[in-house]
Design a protein around this ligand. Structure first.
Ligand SMILES: C[S@@+](CC[C@H](N)C(=O)[O-])C[C@H]1O[C@@H](n2cnc3c(N)ncnc32)[C@H](O)[C@@H]1O
Length: 327
């Protein structure tokens, strides 16, 4: 009977796309801590290939934390990307590796965000561009609502480093316990920050963070273009966040900077810090009933489904479709 089951499972197996996930000429060699230290330098500004390589190494360390300090080759990150893509149906390199497959399945949503290199790198680049909007004092308190793997906290670490703050205070909130625990372990090991397990739509969670003004806030809990905002917790998180920390958010650099939503009648709302990301006047229909449309990143408004376009070439063509799943 087991043999029949095995045979049936083997029939579902397919191989991931051929060839490296990223152009070998673009992939930056070295370990994750090494690349992170090289990029988090005062005045430094990482380019797309460096950020793409950083994301791939970070994904590798998230799945294989025991190999965090190793020089992770393009072959190794390509193998992992392939295993991730084939986590449901299986492939040769997942055969007999049930523990790894379960991990990829349980952390699938968080990893899916990270592995969409063009969109993730676009968000990280927008974070880098926020440098001119951050009041660089002695400290740097950064928060990330819906932290997932913690990749945007890594982006905040680069931003703080760029501003000359070597030891920022970075905190994420993630409501899925296994994801929060894994992200927390990884970011702690890298000396980047911490991730708390909790609900970012509840104001009480914000009491856990240090006092003082918030330098940077990332919140990528948005649905894809055309879907109503209530499908994801973005507006509920903003409501709780501003209720809890409103007076500490006056000079905060938000990423995204604003969100545009539209209803069936063609009425537009711009959700931005000045209206607590609740819409223009709070008088009419609640923002959560509007459909997601555009985001503002690095001073540019663009449709959410076009985020990542400038970085599309970071993924080899065969991998673009299977890894492009953020929005
Ligand atoms: C779209 S993902 C983004 C993850 C990460 N920030 C990134 O950019 O890759 C949204 C994350 O928010 C988490 N999340 C959803 N609702 C939440 C809530 N109420 N409180 C905390 N986290 C939440 C999800 O589990 C998911 O990991």
């Amino acid at each position: 009977m087991d043999a029949v089951k095995d045979l049936a499972l083997r029939l579902l197996e397919r191989e991931p796309p051929p060839g490296p996930v990223m152009d070998p000429a673009l992939y930056v060699a070295g370990s994750l801590p090494g690349l992170l230290a090289a990029l988090a330098k005062p005045g430094g500004r990482a380019d797309g290939p460096a950020l793409g390589s950083l994301c791939l190494k970070y994904a590798h360390a998230y799945v294989h934390p025991d190999r965090i300090g190793q020089d992770v080759s393009l072959e190794a990150v390509t193998e992992l990307a392939g295993q991730f893509v084939r986590r449901r149906g299986g492939c040769r390199s997942l055969a007999g590796r049930d523990g790894l497959r379960r991990l990829l399945l349980h952390h699938g949503f968080a990893l899916q965000m990270l592995f969409d290199l063009p969109k993730t790198v676009h968000l990280l680049t927008a974070l880098g561009a926020a440098a001119s909007r951050v009041l660089a004092g002695e400290g740097f308190l950064g928060l990330d609502c819906g932290a997932g793997t913690g990749i945007l906290l890594l982006g905040q670490y680069l931003l703080a480093g760029q501003l000359g703050v070597a030891a920022p205070s970075l905190w994420g909130i993630e409501h899925l316990p296994p994801v929060a625990a894994r992200a927390d372990d990884l970011l702690s090991a890298l000396g980047v920050g911490r991730v708390l397990c909790g609900d970012a739509t509840a104001s009480a969670i914000y009491n856990n963070f240090p006092q003082g003004p918030v330098a940077c806030l990332t919140n990528e809990t948005l649905p894809s273009r055309g879907r109503r905002l209530y499908k994801e917790p973005f507006t509920a998180i903003c409501q709780a966040l501003f209720a809890a920390l409103g007076d500490r958010l006056g000079d905060t650099a938000f990423v995204p900077e604003a969100v545009w939503a539209v209803d069936r009648a063609g009425e537009w709302l711009r959700l931005a810090p000045e209206n607590a990301f609740a819409g223009d006047d709070g008088q009419g229909k609640p923002a959560r009933l509007f459909a997601m449309a555009d985001v503002e990143l690095a001073g540019r408004r663009l449709p959410a489904d076009r985020v990542g376009e400038p970085f599309a070439d970071l993924l080899a063509p065969a991998w673009r479709e299977v890894l492009g799943r953020r929005w």
